[in-house]
Design a protein around this ligand. Structure first.
Ligand SMILES: Cc1cc2nc3c(=O)[nH]c(=O)nc-3n(C[C@H](O)[C@H](O)[C@H](O)COP(=O)(O)OP(=O)(O)OC[C@H]3O[C@@H](n4cnc5c(N)ncnc54)[C@H](O)[C@@H]3O)c2cc1C
Length: 146
């Protein structure tokens, strides 16, 4: 959910906080989206129902869980330093290694400060009259894009 033609700010209209973008989920997609949108100078709020990052690799911890794509391909490629500094131990890493990697990325790019954990988005409605998303969570948060 993004809003075009915006300037970064964290304003509030009628007491409802506003951000440029709301991201649902702190799996690999949500983390990349947060990093990317921040880089564009946008304000972002991520909501994640779990109490940690990682999505699929946070929730699925059954014995033998591992990725079927080579780690070189199943990893972030947006930062050359990150690619150099992380050493995969296996070509097809197991779940716990993937989760360590994703946590490393969250720390390395200070992503957690814009993630609200243990919070489920329950409603996201686009209001065409004002060209904004209105988002609600199970914790009573209300947020609009600006
Ligand atoms: C068991 C399993 C094995 C897999 N193995 C492979 C594999 O080997 N290779 C491969 O390429 N892909 C695999 N996948 C696919 C995998 O899901 C993707 O590769 C990738 O991890 C998806 O990342 P994502 O961030 O888009 O979504 P997810 O990892 O699913 O993250 C979504 C996040 O959004 C959160 N969320 C959802 N709804 C809400 C809400 N309303 N409010 C707040 N938070 C919410 C969830 O808690 C979750 O953390 C597998 C998937 C599963 C389930």
């Amino acid at each position: 959910m993004t809003q075009k033609d915006h300037q970064p700010s964290s304003t509030a209209v009628r007491g409802i906080p506003e951000v440029d973008a709301v991201v649902v989920g702190a799996g690999m997609s949500g983390l990349y989206m947060l990093h990317k949108l921040r880089g564009l100078g946008l304000t972002v709020q991520v909501f994640e129902k779990g109490d940690g990052v990682g999505g699929t690799w946070f929730w699925n911890r059954y014995p033998g869980a591992r990725v079927d794509v080579k780690s070189m391909d199943y990893s972030f490629s947006f930062d050359p330093d990150l690619e150099q500094e992380w050493e995969w131990t296996e070509k097809y890493p197991p779940q716990d290694e993937l989760l360590r990697y994703i946590n490393h990325v969250a720390d390395r790019f200070d992503l957690r400060r814009d993630i609200r954990f243990e919070t489920t988005v329950t409603e996201a409605v686009f209001d065409e009259d004002v060209d904004r998303w209105h988002v609600r969570t199970d914790r009573g948060d209300q947020l609009s894009t600006q």
